[in-house]
Design a binder for this molecule. Structure first.
Ligand code: RM4
Length: 299
């Protein structure tokens, strides 16, 4: 029986794969200890889950954004980091200076169209494309509807709402030019369920959830996936500061007990979920809002 060329090719590929063996961990020349990079069996190239992908992380100077930037760097991403906090951003850029994929930083405000555009354009100029957007920048005003002011409503809607809209908008424009990409928005347990003391912030996070679903549908046919994570209460600087605001300490104690796992989350635990949704491992996932909340939303 004559075997088809395709079958011969497949047999040869399998034989070679066995010869080379499974991926072996191999440190990058400049990688800090503990970086998870692997040598791919077939190509002999160094691979991380974001190897060669250009990624913008907004609100990168602290908290979940910073943990995401650090994790993405270790997975081979080519980074653009943005934040309003110039010194914080400079410090992170310095810490990640040896990132093999490269690091750019943009000081700016996602709520300003020109700034938001500059963040995306920086990725396109430096790396030729934008593959991943993590729309993370946000503020968390704390308080019930009697305490919330028109100004605090406008501020949170500008940063968490309009800023997410603008960065998604310009990112999608850039992604369309290069055949697709992945967006991960930062929603929250407060963007899927009601909570006390989140009268302005909670509705802003419902915008994040809504934007995720609507943009996922709009662009599913164009190779752009749009997903979100919905973190529970995470041990960020902002949440630590909450403890010092009026009513903050008792709020934090109560909210910790409302998480079935009985603890608050770590920023890196959210970053791991963001990484998954941003990577090709999530290639058939779009429009999903993944809780990272110790079981909070399962109740
Ligand atoms: C989070 C979520 C948490 C809350 C913090 C302050 O996004 O709503 O439950 O504790 O914000």
């Amino acid at each position: 029986m004559t075997r088809s060329l395709a079958a011969d090719d497949a047999a040869e590929l399998i034989r070679r794969a066995y010869e080379v063996g499974p991926p072996r961990p191999r440190p990058l020349p400049h990688a800090p200890p503990g970086w998870r990079v692997q040598e791919q069996a077939a190509g002999g190239t160094v691979a991380g889950r974001l190897l060669g992908k250009s990624a913008l992380v907004t609100g990168a100077a602290r908290g979940i954004g910073r943990a995401t930037a650090e994790l993405f760097a270790s997975e081979g991403a080519r980074l653009v980091l943005s934040d309003r906090d110039g010194p914080g951003l400079a410090q992170l850029r310095e810490a990640l200076a040896l990132t093999p994929g490269g690091v750019e930083s943009v000081v700016g405000d996602v709520a300003e169209p020109a700034d938001a555009r500059r963040m995306i354009e920086t990725a396109v100029r430096r790396y030729g494309r934008l593959d991943v957007l993590v729309a993370n920048a946000g503020i968390i005003p704390f308080g019930n509807v009697l305490e919330a002011t028109p100004e605090s409503w406008d501020q949170v809607m500008a940063v968490d709402g309009r800023g997410m809209f603008l960065t998604c908008k310009y990112a999608i424009e850039a992604m369309l030019a290069t055949g697709g990409g992945a967006i991960v928005c930062l929603s929250s347990i407060s963007g899927l369920a009601g909570q006390r003391n989140q009268a302005a912030y909670g509705p802003a996070k419902f915008i994040a959830s809504g934007l995720t679903k609507h943009l996922a549908i709009e662009w599913a046919g164009h190779g752009i996936r749009v997903n979100a994570v919905a973190p529970g209460t995470i041990k960020t600087d902002r949440v630590r500061l909450l403890g010092e605001e009026p009513g903050g300490a008792s709020y934090l104690d109560a909210i910790r007990r409302m998480h079935p796992m009985g603890r608050l989350g770590e920023p890196v635990e959210v970053a791991q979920a963001i990484l998954f949704l941003a990577s090709d491992e999530a290639s058939f996932i779009t429009g999903a809002i993944l809780p990272v909340d110790g079981g909070y939303l399962a109740q």
